[in-house]
Design a binder for this molecule. Structure first.
Ligand code: UDP
Ligand code: MG
Length: 325
């Protein structure tokens, strides 16, 4: 019997987990999934509420439930990596705990991998994207859209707008992901980078079932920097081009000024414009240094080679078990 691992990153999801657990259990009963075993691998990302206690309770009652608990909050990227590392399944899927990623899609997903689509083409990975962002703050949607637009222009790796981290992957795909050892992880890019055949499923945005979103605008902004610096070096080129262009402009202006002084003399004027120019050029310089700094800081973190996460406790040792009837 093949094993399906469902990886669920949880950060303060005490309110949502009971709903999630109920839903995934009912999906596991689906006729299409009768020949499979399941493990539900919850990654507790340093929650400060009762998430871990709840997970332990579930694990007592149901031996399909496994958990990995971090020593502090390391972020969703770290939680996903821990889940993929610990998962033993022949297939691995990643879902959010808040039911924004409907587990009910799993039977369809496995179909694309094992039986193929209408033309019989088989896939290594089934990914999802949401076709709208209903229920999300408009400002957040706007910036998210701009991010994907810019990202796809400046990076060779395809990063799909609206793509979710909800995926169903074969063991080969997961092993390829685990080969990527980088510290600064941007999974939406890594998924595309490893290649393989990916089938995209679309669905309308679903609002979270309980609890609150763990992201705010600032966190998302920092995450988008992560994406840009991890998958593109174009910003470095931009800063060099901007620097060179400014030098050329300044050089031409200098010639004009010298010529003017020689021909008409030098009536002292133009301090305001001078001040503007000084401020502008120093601004551009700071921007360029900042861009360099972004890459340097990423390199610094990579070179230190710190672990992406630290596990405090887990119950995932040994073989995954057969579900209780
Ligand atoms: N999450 C996590 N660590 C974090 C933030 C979020 O493991 O630091 C998990 C969270 O518990 C949830 C998923 O990542 O299962 C998506 O988070 P959320 O629903 O808050 O994000 P949104 O859907 O609002 O983008
Ligand atoms: Mg959510």
């Amino acid at each position: 019997m093949k094993l399906i691992s469902a990886v669920v990153p949880c950060y303060n999801e005490e309110a949502a987990i009971p709903y999630f657990y109920k839903e995934i259990c009912s999906v596991a009963q689906h006729p299409r999934l009768q020949d499979y075993r399941f493990e539900f691998l919850f990654v507790n990302d340093g929650s400060s509420d009762g998430t871990l206690t709840l997970l332990k309770e579930l694990a007592e009652q149901d031996d399909r439930v496994r958990y990995v608990s971090f020593s502090r909050n390391f972020g969703k990227e770290a939680a996903m990596l821990a889940g993929l590392t610990e998962a033993k399944g022949d297939y691995v899927t990643i879902l959010d705990a808040d039911l924004q990623d409907p587990p009910a899609l799993i039977p369809e997903m496995i179909g694309y991998i094992e039986d193929g689509d209408e033309t019989g083409k088989r896939y290594d990975c089934v990914a999802t994207r949401r076709v709208n962002r209903i229920g999300e703050p408009p400002v957040r949607s706007f910036f998210a859209r701009q991010f994907y637009k810019i990202m796809n222009r400046i990076s060779k790796t395809d990063i799909v707008d609206g793509a979710r981290d909800f995926r169903f992957m074969t063991r080969d795909f997961v092993n390829a992901l685990l080969e990527l050892k980088e510290y600064n992880r941007f999974s939406k890019g890594l998924f595309g980078w490893v290649g393989f055949e990916t089938k995209w499923l679309e669905y309308e945005n679903i609002e979270r079932v309980a609890g609150e979103t763990k992201w705010n605008f600032f966190k998302l902004l920092l995450y988008s920097f992560e994406g840009i610096t991890a998958f593109s070096t174009v910003p470095l080129a931009i800063s060099s081009v901007a620097g060179i262009s400014l030098c050329i402009v300044a050089f031409l202006a200098l010639i004009v000024i010298i010529a003017k002084t020689l021909i008409w003399g030098d009536p002292v004027a133009g301090w305001p414009s001078l001040a503007c120019i000084v401020v502008f050029t120093s601004g551009v310089q700071l921007l360029c240094v900042g861009i360099l700094g972004q890459y340097l800081s990423k390199t610094y973190l990579e070179v230190k080679g710190r672990p992406v996460y630290i596990i405090k406790e887990k119950n995932t040792d040994g073989q995954a078990m057969v579900p209780k009837k």
